[in-house]
Design a protein around this ligand. Structure first.
Ligand code: IVH
Length: 742
């Protein structure tokens, strides 16, 4: 599971020195800061894909390696450590407001929505993790040194799902919150009420009047397979793994639907300072007595050898479990000792997770296909002798690019190791050259597009070959059509098969052709019925309300992903201004570099593309930002504002006010920062840095006054902080924020 965890900063990591050496060699000492920024950006994007979209694109292991590299660099260069670094905070499952705020669309994922959010009584932290048993030994040794006398370990399965925090008041389920950003979580109580093994009311007696209990919600394999079959039947994108299916399902709008998803829960932690128990084990046994779902696979261990025995047993035995696990959690069992060891900002020091490496299978390469994607990138994909891996039969695996093939030194006929990461397509991670038989064939990367025959090109610095025939290569055209209608673009309900059919019959060649389709045309085609045709046409009609930023993303301009499209749309406000922009103007936009600027200029330089824009415009698509998303004022024009702490409204709302009034929100204080906007409990690091750099620190009242002076609505709307009660809760829940563990 890509847990947002880093190996605990206090752990020795043998892989680190190698990473550091590599980083230094690759980037040179002066570029360390750039590498740190790059790693932070990559981790932040992968956190978003994992926690918010429930659709990761890299494996847990790859993610953990990025995080380990960042930890190592920050350790070596503490001057670059910032409190908002992903090494210092847990990954957030909260959806940023801006993700769903585009005109005409209210959500990034149509089936999810924004939940009420409440603060956690105790921060919901993550776990330090390792793939290396010697680090578990080091953990046990450290505990032994600081704890003096006899203590024990509670060894447990690490459930691969999504974390949940339940509050029971007088024995009745009161609230269920997701981990969120660790401080504030999404209120998913109504959905959790539909999960069969979570009791609404506790049994027996002796439970505290009010208490929290935390655990994991997961989707057993059987429910996962059933759900994905259904999704494929409905031409919906299947979930990559049970973890994503669980977190996606937990955030559905419709609790009834959640009830049909077959989710389950196991609880593993009761937080709190004054619990009526001496040990964690006693606490969980009591919870089980009250009818709460607690794992019966736990074991109290007394030594590192018992821990290792437990790990080795479950490394194999877990494969027969009906749900996914990704490791073992080892906790100090005695609560007073847990208290003594305490917490870092991100992890308890009294627990560690040992993660299992992704399962591998060895199989034979039968042939290699070269697949063309929508941007023309050619990806080698190996056809394999079918092999069973983590419960499914694998027949194909990606080889990524020509360089990767060379590095692996792969031949057709070789035996190769296959692994499943977060992606649906497994990948080949190594070749067993000892098993290479005579007669294996060296693969030849084609020099022509396997689809249209155009000579492939490889741009400088690109690992991949591309087919440059963007507007004439059938696979690319179909890929672009699929991208155009995809969920994050125009969100039209249709699958790849529909696109194939409409393309091969010549009905649709460019996105604008979709909007010329009629019901009669569709009903003449094989497989279409009145209902499916109507559903498709309705969804095309609805797509006309899609916001300009999504439309821009849907056009499929190379390198213009969701975030870039949003920046461009916000900056230029309409397509005409974007089309008129020269290179320098494009480069002046946040996050637009030379490669993206050139790609945009090239795209709009094509007469065919300009014609397409005109046809789409005539069809009624939005080519300008909605008025309501125009800046409310230009009060903050030219100002870069960093925020820290809690405010009378959510941090996302504050960010929205900054952007909505023409300012720029940045995550870290630097020489370019105009103001540090500090709410309640601001990060001490940010305050210190602002003071060091002479950046003015303002409070929420002053910020609102700045907006009010320019007549912006936001200046008067939210409540200004008062000395009564916690500003973090004003206008929300009358419950104090209690970050008791910080
Ligand atoms: S204890 C203070 N026990 O793994 C942290 N966590 O990768 C208490 N997890 O955030 C967490 N199984 O969501 C604990 N038996 C277990 C677990 C477990 C799965 C999750 C949990 C945590 C994540 C860290």
């Amino acid at each position: 599971m890509l847990s947002g965890d880093a190996g605990s900063p206090y752990m020795a990591n043998p892989a680190r020195s190698k990473l550091q050496e590599r980083t230094r060699m690759e980037t040179g000492n002066t570029d360390i800061k750039d590498r740190i920024d790059e790693l932070r950006a990559q981790i932040a994007e992968n956190n978003r894909l994992y926690y918010v979209e429930s659709a990761p694109v890299i494996s847990d292991y790859e993610y953990d390696m990025l995080m380990n590299e960042l930890i190592a660099l920050e350790k070596e260069h503490p001057e670059f450590v910032t409190p908002d670094s992903p090494t210092q905070k847990v990954g957030s499952d909260l959806k940023r407001k801006e993700d769903g705020a585009a005109g005409g669309r209210t959500e990034t994922m149509p089936q999810t929505h924004e939940f009420a959010q409440y603060p956690h009584k105790y921060p919901m932290l993550s776990l330090g993790n390792t793939y290396d048993i010697s680090e578990v030994e080091a953990f046990a040794e450290r505990a032994g040194k600081s704890l003096h006398s006899g203590f024990t370990y509670s060894c447990e399965l690490k459930f691969d799902g999504t974390a949940i925090c339940l509050t029971y008041i007088n024995g009745v389920l009161f609230r269920a919150l997701t981990r969120g950003d660790g401080t504030i979580g999404d209120d998913v109580t109504e959905n959790v009420r539909r999960i069969g093994n979570i009791p609404q009311r506790l049994h027996g007696t002796g439970y505290p009047e009010e208490f929290e209990i935390r655990g994991e919600i997961y989707m057993p394999y059987a429910a996962f397979d059933r759900l994905n079959e259904e999704r494929l039947r409905d031409e919906d994108q299947p979930f990559a793994n049970p973890r994503n299916a669980a977190s996606g399902s937990l955030k559905l709008i419709n609790p009834e639907e959640v009830g049909h998803r077959g989710l389950e829960c196991t609880l593993y932690h009761i937080p709190g300072e004054n619990l009526p128990f001496q040990t964690h084990d006693q606490a969980l046994k009591a919870a089980a007595g009250w009818g709460l779902p607690v794992s019966d696979k736990r074991k109290i261990c007394h030594s590192i050898s018992e821990i290792e025995e437990y790990i080795n047993y479950w490394d194999t035995a877990r494969k027969a479990l009906p749900f996914a696990t990704d490791g073992i959690v080892i906790k100090i069992n005695e609560l007073p000792y847990q208290k003594e060891l305490g917490y870092t900002a991100k992890f308890p020091r009294w627990a560690v997770a040992y993660k299992f490496k992704a399962e591998q299978a060895l199989t034979k390469v039968l042939s290699i296909d070269y697949q063309v994607g929508r941007t023309g990138a050619v990806t080698p994909v190996a056809n394999l002798e079918p092999v069973l891996l983590s419960g499914t039969t694998v027949k194909r695996a990606t080889l990524h690019n020509a360089e990767q093939m060379q590095q692996l030194d792969i031949r057709i006929g070789d035996y190769v190791y296959v692994e499943k990461g977060g992606e649906i397509i497994p990948k080949i991670t190594g070749v067993d050259t000892d098993r290479r038989e005579p007669g294996t064939v060296m693969p030849v990367f084609p020099d022509k597009c396997p689809d249209c025959g155009t000579t492939l090109v490889r741009d400088e610095g690109e690992a991949r070959y591309f087919c440059p025939n963007a507007d004439g290569c059938p696979t690319q055209i179909k890929g672009k059509l699929v991208h155009f209608i995809s969920r994050k673009a125009m969100n039209v309900i249709a699958g790849d098969a529909t696109i194939d059919q409409l393309y091969s019959l010549g009905y649709v060649r460019t996105p604008a052709d979709f909007y010329g389709l009629t019901k009669d045309m569709l009903l003449n085609l094989e497989g279409w019925k009145d209902r499916s045709a109507q559903r498709f046409l309705d969804s095309l009609e609805a797509s006309k309300k899609t916001g300009f930023d999504h439309v821009l993303f849907a056009l499929g301009i190379r390198y213009v992903g969701e975030t870039t499209a949003r920046s461009l749309a916000r900056h230029f406000r309409n397509i005409d201004a974007l089309m008129a922009a020269d290179r320098d103007t494009l480069l002046s936009v946040d996050d637009i570099g030379e490669v993206i600027a050139d790609s945009i200029l090239e795209w709009f330089g094509s007469p065919a593309h300009l014609q397409e824009i005109e046809r789409l415009r005539k069809a009624g698509l939005k080519f300008s930002m909605d008025e309501e998303s125009a800046p409310e004022s230009s009060a903050l024009e030219g100002l870069t504002i960093v925020i820290s702490g809690n405010f009378s409204v959510s941090r996302d709302e504050i960010k929205g006010m900054i952007i909505g009034n023409g300012g720029k929100n940045s995550s870290s204080v630097s020489g370019k920062t105009s103001y540090l906007l500090a709410g309640e409990k601001p990060g001490p690091e940010k305050i210190r840095k602002a003071r060091d750099l002479g950046v003015e620190i303002i409070d929420e009242a002053r910020f609102r006054a700045m907006l009010a002076a320019s007549g912006s609505q936001a200046g008067n709307s939210g409540e200004t902080p008062s000395s009564e009660g916690s500003p973090a809760n004003a206008g929300k829940e009358k419950e104090p924020v209690q970050p008791t563990l910080f």
